[in-house]
Design a binder for this molecule. Structure first.
Ligand SMILES: [Fe+2]
Length: 375
């Protein structure tokens, strides 16, 4: 056993702890990306469009995406893969198609030390718009210097607007972004510009494909064919608490989507409900809907066996497919520290409903279930 004298003192630990990149004078690393709120700003909806997913054009061997990859490792068995050696800014259109395919299969892809953060608004948007027209948020800030499509993620002692919006409730809120849109987000990007000094501000990601697969075959059949109402009315109410400073660029959104959607590229079925936006199951009485959704929301939140956690430094880019995952912020770092990034959110297809197959043989193919006599 080590003696007490050999245990590092707190000061010794502090001197060895890596501090993430910060400016000495406390100013932000990326001032051009500071959040801008204009209460008078209005934007039009994108409207209906035909979506052909980039992943449909991809070579399944991923030769263009992985040409320069030095290391590829999964963050967990069911969701998340980190890729080293690849610069997203250097990918060809074929490489971007393969990026969509791999994001669809793995849910979330993490790339570190990316120059993506330094290539400017237009080049960033050109890459993201390869996957679909870029969403403009109803109230979240964009950079003062332009680009309404850049949704700024910002938390700092001089701008506590976002942190205050979580006052009195858990900041852990599993969701898929903008599910009340008629055509919902697909392959999406978060680029981190500055992270809290030592740790925190991670994104939690959960596989919605595995969330569906983990249910019993009979229960899965019960869910297929159901639809649910998604609305951003809670977010609108929260934003309106900012009074005369509230931003309301677009109308409140409501959409009806299948509870189980099929990915257009992989054909995989994913549970498509979330506690932030999904309000009720169509055709169920209120109590029935609350009971079923309550179970499903708990299922997503509790099942850490199909989740991963993405840690960021300045330059980390998360590319994830919103159709097959839910995610949550953490907001666990000291209040006042700066977390700064941006999201680009291409819209994809209108969710494709999963069809009920009375005997799809899936249970017998699932060794985990078959071996336990659960079929
Ligand atoms: Fe989100």
């Amino acid at each position: 056993m080590p003696s007490i004298a050999n245990v590092p003192s707190p000061d010794g630990l502090a001197s060895k702890t890596v501090i993430r990149e910060k400016k000495e004078d406390g100013t932000p690393l990326y001032p051009d990306y500071m959040p801008f709120y204009d209460p008078l700003e209005k934007v039009d909806d994108i409207g209906a469009f035909e979506h052909k997913d980039a992943g449909l054009r991809a070579d399944a061997a991923l030769p263009n995406l992985l040409k320069n990859a030095s290391k590829v490792y999964d963050l967990s068995p069911h969701v998340g893969t980190e890729i080293e050696g690849v610069q997203l800014s250097g990918l060809t259109p074929e490489g971007l198609d393969e990026l969509a395919l791999l994001a669809a299969k793995r849910g979330a892809l993490v790339f570190r030390n990316q120059d993506f953060k330094d290539i400017g608004f237009e080049a960033q948007k050109k890459i993201a718009s390869h996957f679909g027209p870029l969403h403009i948020h109803g109230w979240a800030p964009h950079p003062a210097a332009g680009s309404a499509e850049h949704m700024i993620i910002y938390d700092h002692k001089e701008d506590l607007r976002v942190r205050r919006s979580w006052k009195g409730r858990s900041p852990i809120q599993w969701h898929t972004d903008q599910s009340p849109e008629a055509q919902t987000p697909g392959t999406s990007f978060i680029a981190m510009l500055e992270s809290p000094a030592t740790a925190g501000g991670d994104t939690l990601v959960s596989s919605s494909v595995q969330a569906f697969k983990a249910l019993s075959p009979r229960f899965r059949k019960r869910l297929e064919g159901l639809t649910a109402i998604h609305s951003n009315n809670d977010g609108v109410s929260q934003e309106l608490k900012n009074g005369s400073g509230a931003v309301m660029r677009r109308q409140e959104l409501t959409a009806e989507h299948p509870v189980v959607r099929v990915h257009p590229v992989t054909g995989e079925k994913a549970l498509y409900i979330n506690p932030v936006y999904t309000k009720r199951i169509v055709g169920y009485d209120q109590e029935e809907s609350d009971y079923l959704l309550g179970f499903l929301f708990d299922h997503i939140a509790k099942r850490a066996d199909f989740q991963c956690r993405v840690r960021y430094e300045a330059g980390t880019v998360l590319v994830w497919d919103q159709r097959v995952t839910n995610h949550s912020q953490t907001l666990d770092y000291p209040a006042g520290d700066r977390r700064h990034g941006f999201r680009l959110t291409p819209l994809a297809e209108k969710p494709i409903p999963s069809l009920v197959e009375e005997d799809d043989g899936e249970c017998e193919k699932d060794f985990g279930r078959a071996s336990l006599g659960l079929c």
